[in-house]
Design a protein around this ligand. Sequence first.
Ligand code: HEM
Length: 97
Amino acid sequence: MLLLYLAGAGRDPAAFDDPDRFDVSRTGGAEHLAFSAGVHYCLGAPLARTEAVTAVRRLAERFPRLERAGRLRRRRGTVIRGPVELVVGQPARALAA
Ligand code: HEM
């Protein structure tokens, strides 16, 4: 059996500069595999991208000083990865402004 980690491919330093850095403004790099590739490329990719852009933009507009304020709890498993819980907050002085 062969198990491929698409997320691992996205952290390949031979393909991406500083691959562990979260950078939503990356351009010009290799094509990532989050939506797979070839004939089974994710049919919902355009919708997923639109949703993500809208959600992150609205979150940043509503909470411009948002920062990590607690623990990150990761989902257990090998295929679907990501956080189950990420505690964030905004400094009180930013909320008052
Ligand atoms: C961030 C969100 C999403 C991610 C990361 C994602 C990722 C993927 C990946 C990796 C595959 C390939 C699976 C494989 O090769 O076996 C896939 C396939 C697929 N995705 Fe998504 N997906 C997302 C959102 C969506 C949405 C919103 C829809 C529909 C509204 C969707 C519909 C599909 C369908 C129908 C396939 C099967 C394509 C085929 O086998 O020809 N996905 N997706």
